[in-house]
Design a protein around this ligand. Sequence first.
Ligand code: MN
Ligand code: MN
Length: 469
Amino acid sequence: MKATAKKPAQALMERRTDAPPPAEMKKVEAYARDYLAFLGTAKTERLAYAEAVRLLEAKGFRPLDSFKSLKPGDRVYRGYHGKTLMAAVIGRKGTKAGLRIVGGHTDAPRIDLKSVPMMEKGGLAFFDTHYYGGIKKYQWVTIPLALYGVVVRKDGTRAEVAIGDAPGDPVFLITDILPHLGQDQMAKPMREAIPGESLDLLVGSLPEPGARKGAKDAVKKNVLRLLLERYGVTEQDLASAELEIVPAGAPRELGLDRALLAGYGHDDRVCAYAALRALLDRPAAAPERTAMVLLCDKEEIGSVGATGMESTFFENSVAELLEREEKEPRDIVLRRALEASQMLSADVTAASDPHFADLDSPGNAALLHAGPCINKYTGSRGKSGANDARAEFLAQLRATLDGAGVRWQIGELGKVDKGGGGTIAMFLSRYGMDVVDIGTPLLNMHAPWEAASKIDCWYTHRAYAAFLA
Ligand code: MN
Ligand code: MN
């Protein structure tokens, strides 16, 4: 039979990047304001956790431990070590029928203090550091930096540290050589120009009062004196601390048209917040299936550890739900529930940057304003290390998003063999559930200041809300 060319209704994968109608743009702007407030507060995974719990409790979510039994419509959350969080609304069919999950991460690339951080060199005091996650080191020098975290003393008491964002606070810097003397440095490959070991945070320059001239470590002692005064912590206490260096300053609108948002930690708080809001804004009626949001830690270093997605926290949380819903919460009930679940791995992707267009796979690169981007698979070098979603699940997702009028796109991160990345998708898919990555495209991902489109932020939220509904 002769093939007849059929004209498609619309060019294949034509993507809209214009502003939605005014009524929708109003919602985009309102959502962007709320998200900026969250992003400015949630500067670390611990702060993101605390803010998420505050928002959940304001909408009637209660700690899972406080429930003896659960019924459809109940709103619960369960946290772990103040870093990883699960929140859920129990579905009419019960958790045993399988969950709808949206999971993102709240840790972001940053610079951590070493275990023994205090040092003095050439009359200046520094914190010695070890970076966390994939950063381009040269981007982190000579910008105002803030210090956040917790110091836990031997007796279990704790000091919460936050310096650099409150009005009147000092900031910190990692120094760099001036161009006049930078000729040797500038001739080096970028990855060698600023070595990781040289990321020392400048924290003080005056010797302690009354120190005799040239006294050893007098500047370091002065910083320790100030830490003791303000936070009641000693140098020894810094051995049991989690102190994180992040860019100082609040996120803000970008461009004369204010269409983008510049801020630290869009990866992955933009998706984490979109997922959280999908749960917070749910109508009171119970969903058909238990709707769950996961905000996890340690994604940027491979999802390892007790608070990473590789841990049993998620599985245990589902077991805790079933324990309160079922008369006989046998292990097989849990296995079946996990296998019958579906998940959106809520993580950011790269937006096409015209300055690096040669790295894009034409037609498969995510565009700003075109909505959240589905990545059927992630990984690198022949999809290695990827979760590769099956076509049947993608078809269902397309129908869900189109049915809800959500703007979305599909593609992949960069040209073949140019690099790649991973998300938490593979850790959930190992239970046998359907999982696919979908998240907000970013410009300069993992930089101190990343950029996202307000329109994409909104449609990312709408996509997750449609899936959970
Ligand atoms: Mn991410
Ligand atoms: Mn990342």
